[in-house]
Design a binder for this molecule. Structure first.
Ligand SMILES: Cc1cc2nc3c(=O)[nH]c(=O)nc-3n(C[C@H](O)[C@H](O)[C@H](O)COP(=O)(O)O)c2cc1C
Length: 297
């Protein structure tokens, strides 16, 4: 075997890492319908979903033009979205870690859609829950945490999208030093200390989408480096807890972090799993809410 030329990286980034880097929220669409092959690939991804804590969300692809008496255009998302030909919508029964499981699965579909060249945007606040509940035939015992448009993105962002991205600082992410810690929060976990593979998994958490781009995730490496404990930190206190539709956005953000970390770890061959049943060993402020620990197998 000949050696690769020097300009070729020897360890290519796994596809999932490229997809996570590529995803951004997109709010304007050409309106072109999703092709049958694309729909089929999305439905396959939905059928193969797994969740870390065993809750079972259900998902549907709603075609805007076929939504009949339930108008899913324009004001169904308060004018935030332009022309999406379809939506991903999902429901889950409330229960322990239900929102994290929902978000883990929803983000997996979002990433699959990104791979297929589609635009997406997590929408958990700015949409008509009543219209989408009817379209999804939501049960009395189910929550409807979020929807996302699915479709061909326009070649340039719409004005509204640009304004929302600007006001929310969507491109920005907090630095490592505010998000990742080693043992206790006085010790930042640097990329060098984490090692290349775990640094990549953590970086994928950092690049994840979050409601209002608040980035509530905090990760503390504990137990002599064998655990990565995920917490959420709600910067503006109680206000962020009360959410439209009774949905706790920080827990959705946490589920996205679980998804990005696990998918990256698996792609890099790092063995482990999420456990939520053991109190973590790291010392953290009281305001940190424990979600789950990645325990290295
Ligand atoms: C749980 C969650 C809820 C969100 N809700 C909305 C929403 O209601 N309306 C909206 O326009 N964007 C919403 N977003 C998109 C975020 O504003 C966006 O992900 C963030 O600003 C980062 O930008 P990016 O996704 O382009 O990286 C939501 C994102 C998440 C993760």
């Amino acid at each position: 075997m000949t050696n690769p030329p020097p300009s070729t990286p020897t360890t290519a980034e796994p596809a999932i890492v490229q997809t996570i880097r590529q995803r951004t929220s997109w709010r304007a669409y050409t309106g072109e319908p999703l092709g049958d092959a694309t729909l089929e690939q999305l439905r396959t991804a939905i059928a193969e979903l797994e969740t870390p804590f065993g809750n079972e969300p259900r998902f549907e692809i709603l075609i805007t033009a076929e939504s009949g008496s339930i108008d899913l255009r324009g004001m169904a998302t308060y004018g935030v979205l332009r022309n999406p030909p379809a939506f991903l919508a999902g429901a889950i029964a409330p229960g322990p870690h239900a929102l994290e499981d929902f978000a883990f699965a929803f983000e997996s579909i979002v990433l699959r859609a990104t791979e297929l060249g589609l635009g997406t945007c997590w929408i958990a606040g700015s949409f008509s829950r009543s219209r989408f509940s009817r379209a999804l035939r939501l049960g009395v015992d189910e929550l409807l945490p979020a929807i996302s448009p699915l479709g061909q993105p326009t070649s340039e962002r719409g004005l509204r999208d640009r304004l929302m991205r600007f006001s929310g600082g969507s491109q920005n992410r907090k630095p490592w030093s505010e998000l990742f810690f080693d043992g206790d929060i006085a010790q930042p976990l640097t990329e060098a200390k984490a090692g290349q593979a775990y640094a990549t998994a953590l970086e994928m958490v950092r690049l994840g989408p979050s409601a209002r781009n608040r980035q509530p995730w905090r990760i503390v490496r504990s137990d002599d480096g064998k655990h990565f404990d995920l917490y959420v930190f709600r910067e503006s206190g109680l206000l962020t807890r009360v959410q439209p539709g009774g949905i706790d956005m920080a827990r959705l953000d946490a589920g996205i972090a679980l998804c990005h970390f696990e998918r990256t770890a698996r792609a890099l061959g790092l063995p482990g799993e999420w456990r939520a049943d053991e109190a973590p060993a790291g010392k953290v402020p009281e305001a940190f809410e424990f979600i789950a620990s990645w325990q290295i197998a």
